[in-house]
Design a protein around this ligand. Sequence first.
Ligand code: ATP
Ligand code: MG
Length: 421
Amino acid sequence: MPQKIQRVKGVNDILPAEAKQWQALEAVVKKVMDRYAYGEIRPPLFEKTELFARGVGEDTDIVSKEMYTFSDMSKSSLTLRPELTAGVVRSYIQNNLQQISPVQKLWYEGPMFRQERPQKGRYRQFWQVGAEAIGSPNPEQDAEMIALFYAILEELGIAESVTLKINSVGDSESRAQYRSALQDFLRPHLSDLSETSQHRFETNPLRILDSKAPNDKALVQNAPKIRECLNATSAAHYEQVLEMLEAMDIPYVQDDLLVRGLDYYTHTIFEFTSDALGAQDAICGGGRYNDLVKELGGQDVPAIGWASGIERLLLVVDALKPLPAESDLDLFLIVLGDDLRTKAPQLLHEWRNAGLKCDTDSLRRSMKAQMREANRQKARFVAILGEEELAQGVVQLKNFETSEQQPVAFEAVVAAILDNN
Ligand code: ATP
Ligand code: MG
């Protein structure tokens, strides 16, 4: 016998029962995006490697070690998207979206690819839903972005179990100021830092705040705070975002050590975490990226966005408040006798076209087996079609809930079931 082929490590099969949960979550996402007037964008699954190298940053975990990169027939280097902000910005620039409207509010959903060590809540193909608002530099756009994700959490019924952490990394002037203050603080302890942090001391010292190494973590507790280095414009922007969150009753905690792993952030950055998850507790991360459009060859246009991991969201939903599953079957047609094999598909075709959710047994099994299948699918009604029924142009329609059974003419079945809704 040929050997079975296993799926690739760190990827998932989403089977129909689970897919129902995904669909319920997606329905919530679409509804909220619509309320906030965000339009859906569907960029490609792969892009030129250069886009991520420049857009995400060479020194990030994603670009330095997590990307799936390959070359195609033309020998150009391509990469499966590890995130979608860079792709959305590329698309925004290439399609001149600023000509349609000076503020583009976009959302997306789809799989991302990162070569990480697989574990619960961390996969090599995982799904994100995300939003990007490109065009407005103002704090109300930051507040709306955060409110948008919060609204999804509220709609899912899990907002209360989630923490919003927020910080500001300011504009480039503030960051430069902070960078040297942080370097001055760390310099005397340089040899105590982890190897990665020693490297980052020069390339991206802010990320040392984010280090998981116990020594580094202890040390940065006493580091100067970036909030204290914000210039007046940056501080005012941040204050206004916080004020707006308060006005909307969106709870937050300020986290001085929050920096986020990507290079492109400016001003507001935020993360949502959940206690219902283990080590991988981040369900959403985002922030303002005022320089990215320009750095990718577009005009000098400010932007802000977030991305949320759908598998992690569903883990929280599952633990706290499972989504109502999609409705069960309306009608299961039980077919008895071989002479009815043409009539059955014809009836089902009509009923399905009329909007009923129907199924039948295509294995020609016994009445008992068909009844069992109708039960398994939680059918509200069964229709029994035998030779006698065919002769009279009826089915025996049985309401599973009341156990009532009566003959109903073929053409009256749809109405009989819809009347019962
Ligand atoms: P983490 O700290 O968990 O590594 P990250 O900072 O790399 O997250 P982002 O790049 O900000 O994550 O992606 C946004 C969200 O996507 C995360 O908050 C998380 O919910 C989800 N996510 C990221 N990487 C994975 C993964 N490998 N598997 C599943 N979900 C992921
Ligand atoms: Mg990561």
